[in-house]
Design a protein around this ligand. Structure first.
Ligand code: GLN
Length: 244
């Protein structure tokens, strides 16, 4: 068994070590004897998207999001929407998450027309939402608690009937107003959580890997891992954030 990962725009969307998510996915596959390859796809580069099982898009500043708009419209947009509808797995973080929605209007009034692969939009606010935070995943994404770090001015509003990835326990999440965090649509996982998100939240990593394995092979049998350091890291940060 093998999963192929496409890391999209690694040169412009990679805040707070977001690429650590790729290392985490790769290691957790390899520890179970499952192969993993990673291709980097930069602005201007083309690829056949039907060869990939997982797409990863990290976070970036408003300016960097604006820079890649032309490249998205040069064909990647249609291929990415097709990949979403085809049930391929996406992990998208902050600026990369915003990219999956209809648009992002920055706090200084620049409107970035994004993919519209998932029904939501984002509007920049003058006050940034910055802090460690935590949330509880929805049942379809395993139900565990996730700890992370958010830093965004964009407030994301999900369309009616679109499921969040989880519910905020402490912090802002999508917009600081409705208690939602991220999005889960088909096998698209979107979150505001940098950190990177996966190393301290191994259950979420396995849910993501399983979604890709099930799509490709019809089943996923991930052997349990010890995860003692991962669980200690998660629990220590959870305690720091919530005091519980
Ligand atoms: N530029 C976006 C915002 O501020 C995304 C930031 C990020 O990826 N951390 O909302």
């Amino acid at each position: 068994m093998e999963l192929k990962i496409c890391h999209l725009y690694p040169e412009v969307l990679n805040l707070y070590g977001d690429r650590g998510n790729i290392i985490c996915m790769r290691r957790r596959l390899e520890w179970r004897g499952i192969g993993c390859s990673v291709d980097l796809l930069r602005i201007g580069e083309k690829a056949d998207f039907t060869q990939y099982d997982i797409f990863f898009i990290g976070g970036g500043q408003d300016f960097e999001q604006e820079v890649l708009l032309g490249d998205l419209r040069d064909g990647k947009d249609k291929s990415l929407i097709a990949a979403v509808e085809d049930g391929r797995t996406f992990l998208t973080i902050c600026g990369g998450y915003q990219m999956m929605g209809h648009y992002y209007e920055t706090h200084d009034g620049v409107k970035c027309e994004f993919l519209g692969a998932v029904d939501f939009c984002t509007v920049g606010a003058d006050v940034r939402m910055i802090d460690n935070y935590c949330f509880k995943l929805g049942a379809e994404s395993g139900g565990s608690t996730v700890v992370g770090f958010e830093n965004h001015s964009g407030k994301t509003y999900l369309g009616a009937g679109v499921n969040p990835l989880g519910r905020v326990i402490k912090g802002n999440g999508n917009n600081g107003e409705d208690g939602t965090e991220g999005v889960r649509y088909k096998n698209v996982f979107g979150s505001y959580s940098h950190g990177p998100i996966l190393p301290k939240n191994p259950q979420l990593c396995d849910v993501i890997l399983e979604s890709a394995l099930v799509r490709k092979y019809g089943k996923a049998e991930l052997e349990p891992l010890t995860d003692s350091f991962e669980v200690q890291a998660h629990d220590a940060v959870y305690k720091m954030i919530t005091g519980a």
